[in-house]
Design a protein around this ligand. Structure first.
Ligand code: C2E
Ligand code: CA
Ligand code: CA
Length: 820
């Protein structure tokens, strides 16, 4: 849900306003209650003053009447008279003046025997009761009496000269009293009466409740105002309210407080003296107070809004600026971020300055981090794409570039070629000089490679001592050949590492992308196949891939799987070809030659499968099978009485490099209880030169046990006679290719003759193989060749026919001459 935005100043304002409202409410409540208190005080004060005035004026009135009566009695010398006649006469005479001066309304003089001595008027009931009371108690009495009108009734006992008592009763109007109270209090007064409110009107009010509007005015200082005040007020008030609060009323836009002082009650009516105070001053004050407060609040509010605005706006503005520019950090626009002015030029700093500082610092740190990440990414990329040792692009880059080249070439007329390079005999350098020198050599080889190619071409390190050159744009196949030749030329110069010179050549396989070959991996493996061909061909040359190569490889792969099955199915056997002493025709021994009886292809020649399997693990396995079989055959020979016959076993290069060979052979010696002198191990020159040092070491070990060694196919390889001196060799086998043409070809003849001479010179034996004719035999025998092997005597004899052969052809260890 999307949240609504309320800015901080607005929130602040709402908060402040809330607080202000609360304060205002509290203040107004407090000041109102103070005002109320003041008013209540004022009301009770006025009430008290009114009551005091009322009782004072009451007393004054009474006192005046009493004083007047005393002096009047004296004047009429009542104390000297025996009756009250004079008094009665004088009352009658003075009644008018009395009425005028003293506001006396009526005067009654009644004797103790209830004789009516003077009556200004008939005696009303209440006066009669008062007179009887006074006569009974012989004490003066005064009461306020209201019945339609209100009067002060003063009843005083008087005595004549004889001591007889009479009672004077006077009713005095309240006009004077009201006048005096009015004078004293300076407020309007009225005597009002109310009827008792019928209980039906309200059940909640007590009996002393009145309705203001029902007021009847008996006398008043300001009749108009008073009547207006009461008439407009329909309120029902009870006595308690009257006493505690007074009554508030309004008239002529003024406020008044009415205090009611009860003066008399009758059965039907209440009589009150109403004190009317102008309370306008209070309400005005109240109003004024309220206005003042309101204005004050408003002013404070406006001030606050302004203050909040001025204080918070820059704050929020800066916050907004910051929130605007912060995303720049994510976009890595650090400079733009820092160009934004986040700082103020104030004297003091605040939280936002700290935040801005932190953000700036963060930008620097992020920038640094970003630089580091970019650097690391580059490093990672180069690790992923470049070879650390030589600095050449690696296999990943090769695949990438090759794919790119494939893509580009499909849009142009150019052609792609791949050169697969493998340094010849690099392993020897590594083994003899250690890996550090090996690495240095690789670096220099890489440099040579780099300088032999065009800028547009790319040389990669494929792994180990293998390199691949991609020629992304060549016009014809010859261009690739030129590059290969250039490279071969560059490698002719020896590489110098410290003080040693290394002659490192390289074998190159060239493959061209064709329509059939659309995958970069295929192109590389084709070049690889061609490279192997070049290597097999002696190395230091290039070979161009063609489909035959692939077929060969495919055949090899097929062979490899078939050999394993053939071993399990016992399809292998040996044929043995006898070797005879040239002069004596004594049986020297047999060469064991492998045969494969293939269920479909018939007899498969070792020349067809052994070269294919050369160096493979299958060949090694097969080789061990051959060795064991030779041991078994040797056992049979011995059993047959041929105790000094030796068997020549062909060892493949892979097998000879296998560390298990020596223990395997010695174990077999123990197992068959045979002498090692029964066996001659044949090694080709190629096998020997592959790793001359370890070959010599291995030969020495086996020779110590008693095995002898023959160099097979002598003359076809590079091995020089210098090697022969170093090696523990017993026999040299002159290759059959020389023997075949020895009598026709002068060079072959010369090679054979000089080889025989030299070998003999070294104290070794010579075997000539491939001897097919008696002429060859004669020539070789005459020239001191030791041993003869060839069809002239016998083709290789299958194992099964071996015993039969020995029986028919060998007599006492010698060739049966008659059989020829
Ligand atoms: P190789 O070691 O030079 O063996 C001699 C080859 O010359 C044999 O061929 C043999 O039959 C043939 N040969 C002997 N005398 C004559 C002759 O007068 N005229 C002609 N035309 N050929 C003659 P094979 O048996 O076909 O063997 C071929 C090669 O296969 C051998 O050459 C050897 O390198 C390899 N090989 C045979 N058996 C084994 C084996 O058990 N282990 C290994 N590693 N290689 C073997
Ligand atoms: Ca051989
Ligand atoms: Ca041979």
């Amino acid at each position: 849900m999307r949240k609504r935005f309320i800015s901080v100043p607005v929130k602040l304002l709402v908060l402040v306003m809330g607080a202000l409202l609360l304060l205002t409410t509290i203040f107004s409540y407090l000041s109102l209650s103070r005002l109320n208190q003041e008013f209540t005080q004022y009301q009770s004060d006025t009430l008290r003053k009114g009551q005091a005035q009322f009782s004072v004026q009451n007393n004054v009135l009474r006192q005046k009447i009493l004083t007047w009566l005393e002096s009047f009695s004296d004047i009429v010398r009542l104390k000297e008279q025996a009756n009250f006649d004079v008094l009665a006469q004088e009352f009658a005479a003075q009644f008018d003046t009395l009425q005028m001066n003293q506001n006396v309304e009526n005067v009654w003089l009644v004797s103790a025997s209830n004789e009516e001595l003077y009556l200004s008027n008939a005696i009303p009931k209440f006066v009669q009761l008062s007179i009887e009371n006074v006569l009974r108690h012989q004490q003066p009495e005064h009461t306020l009496y209201c019945e339609g009108q209100c009067v002060q009734l003063i009843t005083i006992p008087v005595l004549n000269g004889k001591g007889d008592m009479a009672v004077v009763a006077m009713t005095v109007s309240l006009v004077d009293m009201i006048f005096y109270i009015n004078q004293a209090l300076d407020n309007e007064l009225a005597v009002v009466s109310f009827s008792r409110v019928d209980k039906l009107v309200s059940t909640t009010i007590n009996e002393e409740a009145i309705i203001l509007a029902d007021a009847r005015f008996i006398s008043s200082t300001n009749t108009q105002l008073v009547s207006e005040l009461f008439m407009s007020n329909q309120e029902i008030v009870n006595s308690e309210m009257i006493n505690s609060q007074g009554i508030k009323a309004t008239a002529n836009d003024s406020s008044y407080l009415i205090n009611l002082i009860p003066i008399a009650n009758t059965r039907d009516d209440f009589y009150y003296l109403a004190l009317i105070d102008d309370a306008t001053i209070f309400t005005d004050k109240y109003q004024q107070n309220r206005w003042q407060f309101l204005i004050f609040t408003l002013v404070v509010l406006i001030a606050l809004v302004i203050v909040v605005h001025f204080v918070a706006s820059p704050f929020t503005r800066r916050l907004l600026v910051l929130s605007d520019v912060l995303p720049l950090l994510a976009k890595k626009e650090f400079d733009r971020f820092r160009q934004t002015d986040l700082q103020r030029n104030g004297k003091y700093i605040d939280e936002l300055d700290i935040l801005a500082n932190a953000a700036t610092e963060l930008s620097f740190e992020l920038e640094q981090l970003n630089i580091e990440i970019e650097q690391k990414t580059k490093e990672l990329e180069s690790i992923a794409m470049y070879d650390l040792l030589t600095g050449l692009p690696n296999r990943n880059m090769l695949n990438y570039q090759l794919r790119k080249a494939f893509f580009n070439v499909s849009r142009s007329d150019g052609q792609i070629a791949v050169l697969f390079l493998d340094l010849d005999d690099f392993k020897k350098v590594n083994d003899s000089h250690g890996h550090t020198d090996g690495d240095k050599l690789l670096i220099q080889a890489a440099n040579r490679l780099r300088s032999s190619i065009r800028r547009v071409d790319m040389a990669c390190r494929f792994g180990g001592d293998e390199f691949v050159v991609v020629l992304g744009h060549i016009d014809n196949e010859n261009d690739a050949v030129l590059v290969a030749e250039e490279i071969l030329e560059a490698f002719k110069e020896p590489i110098k590492i410290q003080n040693s010179l290394f002659y490192v050549s390289t074998s190159i396989g060239i493959a061209f992308a064709s329509e059939k070959m659309t995958k970069s991996e295929d192109l590389i493996s084709c070049a690889d196949i061609a490279m192997y061909e070049a290597k097999d061909d002696g190395g230091a040359k290039y070979h161009i891939y063609h489909e035959e190569m692939y077929k060969k490889v495919a055949l090899r792969v097929m062979m490899e799987s078939e050999v394993r099955q053939a071993l399990a199915k016992n399809q292998f056997s040996l044929s043995l070809q006898p070797q005879l002493d040239a002069k004596t025709k004594k049986l020297y021994g047999f060469e064991a030659l492998l045969r494969w009886q293939h269920p479909e292809r018939g007899m498969v020649s070792p020349e067809d499968f052994i070269p294919l399997l050369e160096n493979s693990q299958h060949m090694v396995e097969l080789g061990y099978w051959v060795i064991r079989r030779c041991f078994e055959l040797c056992q049979t020979f011995i059993d047959k009485g041929l105790t000094d016959v030796r068997i020549a076993i062909n060892l493949s290069a892979g097998q000879f490099a296998d560390p298990h060979l020596t223990p395997y052979l010695t174990d077999l010696l123990t197992e068959f209880s045979l002498e090692a002198s029964h066996f001659e191990l044949e090694l080709t020159e190629q096998t020997l030169v592959k790793n001359i040092d370890s070959a010599i070491e291995m030969m020495n070990g086996l020779r110590d046990v008693g095995f002898s060694f023959a160099i097979d196919d002598f003359g076809t390889g590079y091995s020089s006679l210098a090697y022969l001196k170093k090696m523990p060799v017993d026999v040299i086998k002159i290759d059959k290719s020389f023997v075949f043409g020895m009598l026709e070809n002068r060079a072959d003849y010369q090679i054979i003759m000089s080889t025989i001479a030299m070998v003999k010179n070294l104290g070794l034996q010579v075997i000539a193989e491939g001897v097919e004719t008696s002429a060859q035999l004669r020539s070789l025998t005459e020239n001191d060749c030791d041993i003869i092997q060839g069809y002239y005597f016998s083709k290789p004899i299958p194992e099964t026919k071996l015993m039969e052969f020995i029986d028919t052809k060998i007599v006492n260890g010698y060739w049966k001459v008659s059989a020829l």
